[in-house]
Design a protein around this ligand. Structure first.
Ligand code: PGA
Length: 253
């Protein structure tokens, strides 16, 4: 059975000191939780290295929220996957809808980022999702398939990849699809992965993301084709984060 994966996406929140305080409190309280999903925190870039140091040797990973292509070079402002890996990241989110919308990272960029991540030993968490307009036009499956296929065509292997179904209209809005609908779309993703990679496609973890909180997490945990969650707002509070893990594990542990 694949291990569940819960990913905290802190976006542009928390200073270095606040990030350290979260981790400190989490480590103290976490001892009381006997069973846990695999957990990854994706902090702001300035906090990544210190959190990776603080979590060394613990069963908790640190991830980045995006990466730039290449290894090193005269690219002002850029941070490559190689640098992130060396700073202690194990995972990296690619294709998040905020990156697609605010920074123009289109399917081609997302594909190259996924390839670059794997090349330097980072596990890409590849986000796909339809907008509200696309959903209303009945284009959800077509959009998802297009986004998934554009990435997997460029990969040699799916080992170390994670996919996240993140309907754009559910991110930060408090709106969520039903667990049945999220599970159905996870099935669309899984079918595409299995068609492309009959041996390994079925073992790739598929997460749900978009307004997951301690109330809704149990419903998504009950969806058989979901292997975890990508959580924004509700991951910023330690107590809430612990409750999320407990809620998921109560259903899936
Ligand atoms: P949210 O964000 O949980 O705040 O909706 C999810 C995400 O952006 O991954």
């Amino acid at each position: 059975m694949v291990r569940s994966l819960l990913v905290a996406n802190w976006k542009m929140y928390k200073t270095v000191a606040e990030s350290q305080a979260f981790v400190q409190e989490w480590l103290e309280r976490r001892a009381k939780t006997d069973r846990a999903a695999e957990q990854v925190i994706c902090p702001t870039l300035p906090a990544l290295y210190v959190l990776a140091q603080a979590l060394r040797g613990r069963d908790i990973r640190v991830g980045a929220q995006t990466l730039d292509l290449g290894r090193e070079g005269a690219n002002t402002g850029a941070v490559s996957g190689y640098l992130l890996r060396e700073a202690g990241a194990s995972y990296v989110i690619v294709g998040h809808s905020e990156r697609r919308r605010l920074y123009g990272e289109d399917d081609a960029v997302v594909r190259d980022q996924a390839v670059a991540a794997l090349e330097c030993g980072l596990k890409p968490i590849i986000c796909v999702g339809e907008s509200r307009a696309e959903r209303e036009l009945g284009r959800t499956d077509a959009v998802i398939l297009h986004q998934v296929q554009s990435v997997i065509q460029a990969l040699n292997d799916l080992a170390d990849t994670v996919f996240a179904y993140e309907p754009v209209w559910a991110i930060g809005t408090g709106l969520v699809p039903t667990a049945e609908e999220a599970d159905r779309v996870a099935g669309v993703i899984q079918d595409a992965l299995v068609r492309a990679y009959p041996n390994s496609g079925g073992t790739v973890r598929i997460l749900y993301g978009g307004s997951v909180n301690r109330q809704t997490v149990r419903e998504f945990a009950a969806a058989p084709r979901l292997d975890g969650a990508l959580v924004g707002g509700a991951s910023l509070d330690v107590e809430h984060w612990i409750a999320l893990n407990q809620g998921w594990m109560e259903v899936r542990g």
